[in-house]
Design a protein around this ligand. Structure first.
Ligand code: TYD
Ligand code: MG
Length: 488
């Protein structure tokens, strides 16, 4: 007999509790526990029948492994993130904020695959068939032979798929709307999502179809529902971007069949998502090159160099605790760069508000951006614009030294391609690199700060009115920024 168990399950992370409580101890979320009746502790059928396991023949690690066959849909950015096309029999989870364009991307991918002669089924649990049709019309894709269904019951979906000709790709939009007869919890609960996902994963493995699940994202960017869904699938992609920008980035977070550091860049247009083959050009468009506080960072996203503008605004604070606001970069990393500037270069920003923004809505995870961030901060503080034709990259260490970063050659090549004439980077490590831009090595952040301060306009008059006349006795370099005494 299966045992009925009532438990309280966190709808955010899937942790189970015997008793209701306000806060989930596993993920720290408040008011996320919901009562679910789970048929637990029931012994699997195979064990009940007393069947012994079957011994399997063990293999060695050596041997011929055939590379996974791929279904290429022709949307280059999507194929590349997937590792060169979709793998038959694999399950892929795509998460992203509402309205970011997940459904649009998948309708486009479905239509592209169907146009290449693959059997594609699009199951919408959120929208009616008419809504999906309207979107396809808007995208000019209504002629594509995609099978369409509006269904939320996982068993019905699988019966539909199994009934017809073999399906190559199935899109489930979204997994949160799916429910299964086999569990009693309400649709949308963790147990339902998990069970439906399990059924669909089994279907993919049995039939060799590629299943794409759309997943909702919670406020803090996690894919909603149990983390176990992320473990069950072969690949997890996140579709990012913010409402104010038309750029969208598809990022692989987990991929059993490809690299996880690839990104695909798209632009949302009136006719759906279009691929952006050269993201640097896009991120650097509309640049205000002569303004202080902006530095171009030569970054890497996966195997691709991406040039992006880092903007800093440093302004005297009227608050007791000055404000630090960061968009597109790690706030902890900003605190670290500020601390190093303070302790090693004497640049005091304790009385200033600091705002940092990565232009174009890109999110940078690389420590290599430290040098560009420091340059933008010092440029904003001193009012000295950085040279418009320079790119920056390098990692700051806590000692104030600047450390080398990987793939310098690729970064320099991209900078040269986009017309930049010089690069400020850590010294050394460029043996055998045929740099087509002038190299300006810096060994430490202090060196960078001194170089920028040397170009700073005289702002002493401005400062005096605010700080009193104490600055007059200081050495010349000190006039340009808030250097500390020990540094001068
Ligand atoms: P959608 O794919 O429905 O987002 P999701 O499935 O992630 O919730 O995309 C919705 C947004 O995209 C919507 O705000 C309108 C915009 N959009 C365009 O700008 N151009 C288009 O061609 C389409 C289809 C949508
Ligand atoms: Mg949608």
């Amino acid at each position: 007999m299966a045992k009925r168990d009532t438990s309280f399950i966190c709808q955010s992370c899937g942790a189970a509790y015997h008793r209701w409580q306000g806060k989930c101890e596993a993920c720290g979320a408040w008011n996320t526990l919901a009562e679910e009746v789970a048929v637990t502790a029931s012994v699997p059928a195979a064990q009940r029948s007393g069947r012994k396991g079957r011994a399997v023949a063990l293999e060695t690690l050596q041997g011929t492994a055939t590379p996974a066959p791929r279904m290429v849909c022709g949307i280059g950015e999507l194929d590349r993130v997937a590792g060169g096309g979709f793998v038959p029999g694999s399950v892929l989870l795509i998460g992203g904020d509402p309205g970011i364009g997940k459904s649009t991307l998948l309708v486009q991918a479905s239509a592209a695959l169907a146009a290449r002669g693959q059997q594609v089924v699009y199951v919408s649990g959120e929208e009616a068939v008419d809504q999906v049709r309207l979107r396809a019309q808007r995208l000019g894709l209504e002629q594509a032979p995609v099978g369409l269904a509006a269904e939320t019951n996982a068993e019905n979906v699988i019966a539909t798929l199994s009934g017809g000709p073999p399906v190559h790709m199935v899109v489930i939009d979204s997994i949160q709307t799916m429910w299964s007869d086999s569990v009693e919890s309400a649709p949308g609960t963790v147990t339902q999502v998990r069970t439906s996902a399990q059924l669909l994963v089994r279907y993919a493995k049995q039939t060799g179809a590629c299943v794409i699940l759309v997943g909702h994202v919670t406020k803090d960017g996690q894919i909603a529902g149990p983390r176990v869904v992320e473990h069950m699938v072969d690949a997890v992609f996140s579709f990012e971007g913010d409402g104010g920008h038309q750029f969208r980035i598809l990022r692989a977070q987990k991929n059993r069949f490809g690299p996880t550091d690839e990104i695909g860049v798209f632009e949302m247009t009136g006719r759906g998502l279009s691929e952006v083959a050269n993201p640097s050009e896009l991120f650097l468009s509309n640049r205000d090159a002569g303004a202080p506080g902006t530095a171009v960072f030569a970054g890497m996203e996966g195997t691709r160099p991406v040039l992006v503008e880092i903007q800093a605004l440093v302004a005297p604070s009227s608050l007791g605790t000055p404000r630090r606001a960061v968009v597109g970069w790690d706030p902890n990393r900003l605190s670290m760069v500020l601390a190093v500037l303070d302790a090693r270069c004497g640049v005091r920003l304790g009385g200033h508000d600091v705002y940092l923004n990565v232009a174009g809505g890109l999110r940078i995870g690389e420590p290599a951006a430290d040098l560009a961030v420091a340059a933008a901060l010092v440029s904003s503080l001193t009012g000295a614009p950085l040279p418009a034709d320079a790119v920056y990259f390098g990692e700051a260490s806590l000692t104030g030294a600047v450390r080398q970063v990987a793939q310098a050659a690729a970064r320099l090549k991209e900078a040269a391609k986009l017309g930049f004439a010089r690069a400020v980077l850590p010294s050394g490590g460029l043996d055998g690199v045929d740099a087509q831009v002038a190299i300006q090595p810096v060994a430490s952040l202090a060196e960078l700060v001194a170089a920028i301060a040397a170009c700073a306009p005289r702002r002493a008059a401005m400062r005096e009115s605010r700080d009193g006349a104490t600055r007059e006795h200081r050495p010349r370099a000190v006039e340009h920024a808030e250097w500390s005494d020990e540094e001068g």
